[in-house]
Design a protein around this ligand. Structure first.
Ligand code: GTP
Length: 212
């Protein structure tokens, strides 16, 4: 049976309760949007496979509870993440201010190599905006992160932001990736040889054409 994926990465969604982490995930994996807010309890995850540069990347995306009371549990998931979304809600100045706290938790608990991007969600709610796009841009630059304004509601920049973080994780794991490419190529070469051998064995002029 063909391999379903070449590499597996873990991504984590962090941010205050209600910024839309679960909705971002549901939109990305199932193309669904729920208007009700049912707070995540602890952590939950969903999977999706993306193909980047010919590599099938399986991503396991962990959705964490934004509520303070679950922080002890959720922090245990930081250290196994290769990529992190820091999410705020563009209609909540408070959720934007808290990004500093989320980022400092990431510095403390996640691996040094972890890749991060900043996401300002609910961009469809322009009339309620409290955080200017330039503020998001500026903060992202301070941290050296990419920045996306998204809407899980209108499906804006969802695929783009998940793909971008996955690309960054792939780049950061380039060494392992090159090893993977070699083994993929070796597998392909072996498969080619096997095909050739099969043709030699079964071809009509196998005695004449075959050198093996
Ligand atoms: N208008 C709008 N509403 C959104 C968007 N994303 C999420 N919401 C709404 O915001 C509320 C909270 O969304 P959730 O995805 O449950 O938030 P969360 O960050 O996972 O919350 P916790 O699990 O408590 O940490 C829900 O009522 C969603 O429908 C969006 O892009 N636009």
């Amino acid at each position: 049976m063909a391999k379903q994926y070449d590499v597996l990465f873990r991504l984590l969604l962090l941010g205050d309760s209600g910024v839309g982490k679960t909705c971002l995930l549901c939109r990305f994996t199932d193309n669904e949007f729920h208007s009700s807010h049912i707070s995540t309890i602890g952590v939950d995850f969903k999977m999706k496979t993306l193909e980047i540069d010919g590599i099938k990347v399986r991503i396991q995306i962990w959705d964490t509870a934004g509520q303070e009371r679950y922080q002890t549990i959720t922090k245990q998931y930081y250290r196994r993440a290769q990529g992190i979304f820091l999410v705020y809600d563009i209609t909540s100045e408070r959720s934007f201010q808290h990004i500093v706290k989320w980022a400092s938790d990431v510095d403390e608990y996640a691996p040094d190599k972890v890749q991060k991007i900043l996401v300002g969600n609910k961009s469809d709610e322009e009339h309620k905006r409290q955080v200017a796009r330039t503020q998001g841009d500026k903060l992202a630059k301070t941290y050296g992160m990419d920045f996306f304004e998204t809407s899980a509601c209108t499906n804006t920049n969802i695929k783009e932001s998940f793909t971008r973080l996955t690309e960054l994780v792939l780049q950061a794991n380039r060494k392992e990736l090159d090893g993977l490419r070699t083994s993929i190529n070796e597998e392909l070469n072996i498969a080619d040889l096997e095909d050739e051998e099969a043709q030699c064995d079964t071809g009509p002029n196998s005695q004449k054409a075959c050198w093996c």
